[in-house]
Design a protein around this ligand. Structure first.
Ligand code: HMG
Ligand code: MG
Length: 298
């Protein structure tokens, strides 16, 4: 049957903004994140401590962390690619660290400038130091269902990266359909393989919606026993180093699904929609989610 509740990680402030052409002002980002915590989100990916030349939209990560209201019970996390990034993350007083790499060699190279083999020794000390400081660590694996440069990605390659990240000590894995090419049968098959290696409670699914399959893939994940899903309010998102990728599955659409299913999220859907409507005024374009187009039509 369906779970009683799910955990949503709102990645909009990070994934949603990293690919936008417009730089959203720091104070707008801060207000955006405050509105998210007010709406009931308990896991918010605030920004990214990557090289600001690679992702200029998030160059203000430290300022954003220092500006937000720290609501009780909310975990404010960020992407960290290496030890330099972790220093900045500590300075910003993050609550949790997300490391990231890809299951496919070429996306890993384009995205973080290293081969898969070269990446492990960079990430291992990040995980060790984060854990020594008492911070939980999430490990993203990108391109698990397809790569923008290589096409199909072998499931064994995904399992090998997953094993290495677990071996490093990550607490949670987030499996990324970076370019939004997955179909539900792939999700079912991958989760079946993974369930032999790792408790499903430690796996989150991170879908992008390029072909409109994201919601169907969430459903497949739910039926397979997954209880953690990433989304971006309004449906912004994408990776600048993954050509053709479109936005994340829209959190506001996820909230509709879960509300109708009677699955608790802890998020107030009306308040989340109002927050998205506010944000739309500041991001300079129409948000692509279904729920937002319904709201605009009312
Ligand atoms: P690099 O150039 O190979 O770095 O970049 P390096 O280690 O050779 O260092 C070069 C210089 O950069 C040095 O400075 C470092 O100090 C500095 P110098 O000594 O020359 O003056 N430097 C830094 N400065 C600030 N912060 C840092 C940092 N690191 C080095 N963290 C690097 C390697 C990983 C840094 C770069 O490739 C990068 O920043 N990549 C990030 C790309 C990115 O953010 N992509 C999007 C996120 S992933 C994603 O969206 C997928 C996901 O959503 C899941 C999914 O959908 O699949 C998570
Ligand atoms: Mg993503």
């Amino acid at each position: 049957g369906l779970p009683q509740s799910v955990v949503i990680t709102e990645v909009g402030p990070r994934d949603g903004l990293q690919n936008e052409s417009l730089f959203v002002a720091t104070d707008k980002k801060i207000e955006w994140i405050n509105r998210l915590s007010d709406a009931g989100f308990r896991h918010i990916e605030v920004s990214s401590f990557v090289h600001p030349k690679w992702i200029p939209q998030l160059a203000d990560a430290v300022e954003v962390f220092h500006g937000i209201k720290r609501a009780k019970g909310v975990v404010y996390s960020a992407l960290v690619p290496n030890e330099r990034g972790l220093e900045r993350a500590f300075e910003a007083r993050v609550d949790a660290v997300s490391i990231f790499m890809s299951a496919s060699e070429s996306h890993n190279q384009k995205n973080i400038n290293k081969s898969i083999r070269e990446t492990y020794p960079v990430l291992r000390p990040v995980v060790e130091s984060a854990k020594a400081a008492g911070l939980p660590v999430r490990g993203y694996v990108s391109t698990v269902f397809g790569c923008p440069y290589e096409g199909n990605v072998d499931v064994n390659q995904v399992l090998s990266v997953v094993d290495s990240l677990l071996d490093m000590g990550v607490d949670e894995l987030s499996l990324g359909d970076t370019i939004g090419v997955a179909v539900p049968t792939q999700v079912t098959e991958l989760i079946a393989r993974l369930s032999k290696e790792v408790p499903l409670s430690r796996i989150a699914l991170h879908f992008h919606d390029t072909y409109g399959m994201a919601m169907a893939n969430v459903w497949a994940g739910l039926l397979a026993g997954i209880e953690r899903f990433d989304g971006s309010l309004g449906g912004l998102g994408g990776c600048p180093y993954a050509p053709g990728a479109s936005g994340n599955v829209a959190t506001d659409d996820l909230l509709y699904l879960f509300q109708k299913l009677g699955v608790e999220t802890g998020v107030n859907r009306e308040q989340a929609l109002l927050a998205a409507a506010w944000f739309e005024q500041n991001v300079g374009r129409t948000l692509p989610s279904h729920a937002m187009s319904v709201l605009r039509g009312q």
